[in-house]
Design a protein around this ligand. Structure first.
Ligand code: GTP
Ligand code: SPV
Ligand code: MN
Length: 590
């Protein structure tokens, strides 16, 4: 007989390290059985069928939404919980004012008490996964242990999950250990703990999104950002999009916007009719791992293989690509249903809700039919704008980095930073209205540097210094910009049409990168004048366009004072170069 390929080696025998860890977790959590996930389609189908039998998953209309399902999370478990998310470094200063800290020993003790016997009568799933293309030197693997089949199905879509990942772990001899249990879904016994120095995560008491799919925010941002600092790269809350102009040149742009502030939408935008010849390719919609390349440029991979996207607001008008992408093979969570058993949410633009996200007959007095943070999970390959570049092991070269926030006032539509260091200040100063992606008040403006406030696994002061260091290594650094699609008038109406029309702003940026476009020099950076933007076919009044392309000195002086006081919270660790940038903006404002 020829030597057996790896498919004949039972999964638990592939990696001694993983098997030992699984053994010790099983001893602690006492599951009824252990299932090693191979990531096959048959395995996914079986898990779905088990959830359907338990009525934890409902098949949707098989004709209009084939292989689509609806899951409902516990009503108290519908978003990330930032107040229950901890960074457990041995020194508190290393976590920084941006994180909630707990001493590692205390955190382990607290979590192990919760995990003690928590899987009795349940299945323990071993979920090996790879963040990034399996054959990329930039990819990193992890293993999530969970007692939630819903989590396994999501991880199967969002990551390269199963045997190939475990084979890579066996070769790498290293992996992130992520231990997860839904526990009793009791908000008083819910904690998301990160141990960056130990490369491990412990998450208890939530089954939702970033709290539970540990490959995503816990690994690919919090742990990875910590690793990236020691290794000279960046793990960022950024989409990656390729833009091909009518001349056939493609440039890639990475954009950091806070949660529910437009990354998925920008990553798959459809050019307006008045911009013929443009093509858009999605590389990623939420996370980018950025590496300085040997050519002095910055290269990006998307560590994920699917989208966990916001449903509300998704319609054929706002995002036709997404609307088409989620008509098959999609898992919906916390959306409403129509009488016809199709998914429904606010802003979908057609149909009517019959059953709300809680499973009750829909009544307007109960509030929105779909939860504002309801989501779809779908494989990236179903995106009409998918590009195989998302599988390129060396990633794609980045021409521009864009920061943005959701601000009804002040921040103009777009401005360009003067230099890398100024761009780091622009990123560090991002402020944005809070959204339903995290529990707590919505619509409150807060500082969300680089859209990483909830996701940076270490002290922001060190993080900004690291950003400055990475820039210093780049011979051809990307240009940096700030955007705001969300300016409103006094009646609360958006001044900028957004969505596909955002390409007008991206195209100005690329022209700036190529040295082809004009700008006005303002105190906060370079802004396009109205005539510098392609406004053919754009539905906006001259007055509104002027409004979103202007810089009001008085308001900005207040803003810069606020930025200075915010940065001051980081004390002596704050890079002097960042303060020097604040000084120079202040001086320009006069
Ligand atoms: P996370 O997955 O939470 O990280 O969010 P995201 O940044 O990918 O946000 P997403 O693209 O899902 O957008 C969130 C909400 O903002 C949706 O309801 C969108 O319809 C809306 N939105 C996105 N882009 C625009 C825009 O250009 N203008 C306006 N007015 N709304 C937008
Ligand atoms: C976000 O909140 O930024 C998300 C959703 O992308 S979650 O996976 O819950 O973090
Ligand atoms: Mn996100």
């Amino acid at each position: 007989m020829a030597t057996a390929p790896n498919t004949f080696i039972p999964l638990p025998e592939l990696s001694k390290e993983v098997a030992e860890w699984v053994g010790s977790v099983a001893q602690l959590t006492q599951p009824h059985r252990i299932h090693w996930c191979d990531g096959s389609a048959a395995e996914m189908a079986q898990l779905r069928n088990e959830l359907i039998a338990k009525q934890e998953l409902q098949p949707l209309n098989a004709e209009s939404f084939p292989d689509c399902y609806l899951a409902r999370s516990h009503p108290s478990d519908v978003a990330r919980v930032e107040h229950l998310t901890f960074i457990c470094t041995s020194k508190q200063e290393d976590a920084g004012p941006n994180n909630i800290w707990m001493a590692p020993a205390e955190a382990h003790q607290k979590m192990d008490a919760l995990f003690q016997g928590c899987m009795q009568g349940r299945t323990l799933y071993v979920v090996p996964y790879c963040m990034g293309p399996i054959d990329s030197p930039y990819s990193r693997c992890g293993v999530e242990i969970t007692d939630s089949a819903y989590v396994v199905i999501n991880m199967g879509i969002m990551t390269r999950m199963g045997r190939p990942a475990l084979e890579r772990i066996a070769a790498d001899r290293t992996f992130i250990k992520g231990l997860h249990s839904i526990g009793e879904l009791n908000p008083d016994r819910r904690f998301i703990m990160h141990f960056p120095e130990e490369l491990s995560i412990k998450s208890f008491g939530s089954g939702y999104g970033g709290n539970a799919l540990l490959g995503k925010k816990c690994h690919a941002l919090r742990i990875a950002s910590y690793q990236a600092r020691t290794e000279g790269w960046l793990a960022e809350h950024m989409l990656i999009v390729g833009l091909q102009n009518p001349q056939g040149e493609t440039h890639y742009v990475a954009c950091a916007f806070p949660s529910a502030c437009g990354k998925t939408n920008l990553a798959m935008l459809i050019p307006p009719d008045s911009m013929p010849g443009w093509k858009v390719f999605t590389v990623g919609d939420d996370i980018a791992w950025l590496h300085p390349g040997p050519d002095g440029r910055l290269w990006a991979i998307n560590p994920e293989s699917g989208y966990f996207g916001v449903a509300p607001g998704t319609s054929p008008k706002t995002n036709r690509n997404a609307y088409e992408m989620i008509r098959k093979d999609t898992l919906f969570t916390n959306v409403a249903r129509t009488a016809n058993n199709e998914p429904w949410w606010e802003g979908i633009g057609a149909g009517e809700p019959s059953i709300d996200w809680l499973g009750r007959p829909y009544e307007a007095k109960n509030g929105p039919a779909a939860h504002p943070n309801s989501r779809f999970t779908v494989s990236a390959v179903h995106n009409p704008a998918y590009t195989p570049e998302a599988e390129n092991p060396r990633g794609v070269p980045i021409s521009a980095l864009v920061f943005g926030g959701r601000r009804r006032e002040l921040a103009p539509l777009v401005y360009e930073a003067r230099s890398w260091a100024h761009g780091v200040l622009v990123g560090a100063s991002v402020a944005s209205e809070t959204t339903a992606a995290a529990t707590g008040a919505v619509g409150v403006v807060r500082r969300d540097p680089m859209a990483m406030k909830p996701f940076c696994g270490y002290n922001f002061a060190d993080y900004w210094q690291h950003w400055l260091n990475v820039g210093a290594k780049l011979k051809s650094p990307p240009k940096m910009f700030h955007v705001n699609w969300f300016r409103q008038n006094a009646d609360g109406k958006f001044l900028w049409p957004g969505f596909g029309d955002n390409l007008r702003v991206l195209s100005w940026m690329l022209d700036r990168c190529a040295g082809r476009a004009q700008a006005q020099d303002t105190a906060i950076g370079y802004l396009p004048r109205p005539q510098d933007l392609n406004t053919t076919g754009l539905d906006i009044s001259a007055e509104n366009l002027n409004e979103i392309l202007s810089v009001k000195s008085d308001a900005w002086r207040k803003e810069v004072a606020d930025i200075r006081s915010y940065l001051g919270e980081y004390g002596a660790r704050l890079p002097a170069a960042l303060l020097a940038e604040v000084d120079s903006v202040e001086k320009r404002l006069g």
